[in-house]
Design a protein around this ligand. Structure first.
Ligand code: SF4
Length: 325
């Protein structure tokens, strides 16, 4: 999503006459598109700001801009070290130059209404806004004509998609319509939420020849109590049934997931349930995050009582299971 936003911002700047510089010290404008999902990313932006402010002594014309997902409480601090802050917004109407050729990242929605208790996205990107299916399909067609071979349909939770033009068009239908665009390309999407992953979507994935045999399905935890505390409205049993169904319909599917270790109150036994799930599912890939408290989220009120060393240990255990698969 950040890559998609960045290339759209770059296209907008180019339309205003800017050209990209090859080095930071040759630039008159430096724009940082930040992410607040983890504290480490926020800290990195503070480090970058210091570096850029040093560059200003060599180039007094240099302006620095911060945009992207910024928490309210961080905005005040960043205002003091960046020349300006641009609010995060929808870049749906900008067709970019696709800097990541042969891949095009195409947003279908922005924002999220789910409020998982650890996540800042609903606070930084705001409520869910869906792009019309006609506009998405137009962009897909243009991208294919420009030689794009891989299309990623992007949304914080793609399953929540409903076309504002025609409410009957849900994500499964959008995927089917994308598959039907003529050309030589593959379609991927990210991320769906297990809570509303429909049979219809499995059927479309199984029957559409342009849809890649790959699925990223974030589980976040293998323990029902922790899932409840995370406000993830599905159980481990439902997740396992869903994977079973998907594998029956698409036997050669590659599966990846997101998981958080050391969520507040996660006991050894609860972590053990995640280990069991990982051994059972045998994911091809997993993005493993050590829980970090984020301002403004509901989980901030829960005690972050799993020590960092223990989070690292749990992360390593899961990583080894995925590698050994
Ligand atoms: S569904 Fe995804 S983006 Fe939305 S709140 Fe949950 S983790 Fe965050």
């Amino acid at each position: 999503m950040n890559k998609s936003d960045s290339e759209r911002i770059a296209t907008e700047l180019e339309s205003k006459g800017y050209q990209s510089a090859s080095k930071e010290n040759e630039a008159d404008l430096i724009l940082v598109n930040m992410c607040s999902v983890r504290q480490s990313a926020v800290d990195r932006v503070f480090g970058l700001a210091l570096k850029f402010n040093k560059l200003k002594t060599e180039n007094p014309k240099l302006k620095t801009v911060l945009t992207g997902c910024i928490l309210k409480q961080d905005k005040r601090k960043f205002r003091k070290i960046f020349d300006s802050i641009w609010s995060q917004r929808n870049y749906f109407n900008i067709i970019p130059e696709y800097k990541y050729k042969p891949t095009a990242y195409i947003p279908i929605s922005n924002g999220c209404n789910n409020f998982c208790t650890y996540c800042v996205v609903p606070l930084t990107r705001g409520p869910l806004v869906c792009r019309s299916h006609q506009e998405i399909l137009e962009e897909v067609k243009k991208a294919v004509v420009r030689g794009i071979k891989e299309i990623w349909l992007l949304g914080q939770n793609v399953n929540d998609y409903t076309s504002p033009m025609e409410s009957a068009i849900n994500f499964s239908q959008l995927l089917k319509l994308t598959n039907d665009v003529p050309g030589d390309f593959q379609v991927r999407f990210t991320s769906p939420n297990p809570k509303n992953f429909s049979d219809e979507l499995i059927e479309v994935m199984a029957q559409s020849k342009r849809v890649a045999k790959y699925l990223h399905l974030p589980v976040q935890s293998g323990d029902n109590e922790i899932l409840k505390k995370m406000n993830r409205p599905y159980t481990v049993e439902q997740y396992k049934d869903l994977i079973k169904k998907i594998r029956e319909e698409i036997p050669d599917i590659n599966l990846s997931t997101d998981v958080i270790v050391g969520f507040p109150g996660e006991t050894e036994e609860q972590f053990g349930n995640t280990v069991k799930l990982f051994k059972r599912i045998k994911f091809n890939l997993a993005y493993i995050a050590k829980y970090s408290p984020r301002p403004g989220t509901a989980a901030l009120r829960m005690k972050d009582n799993v020590p960092l060393e223990e989070k690292k240990r749990r992360e390593k255990i899961l990583r080894e299971i995925v590698v050994k698969k």
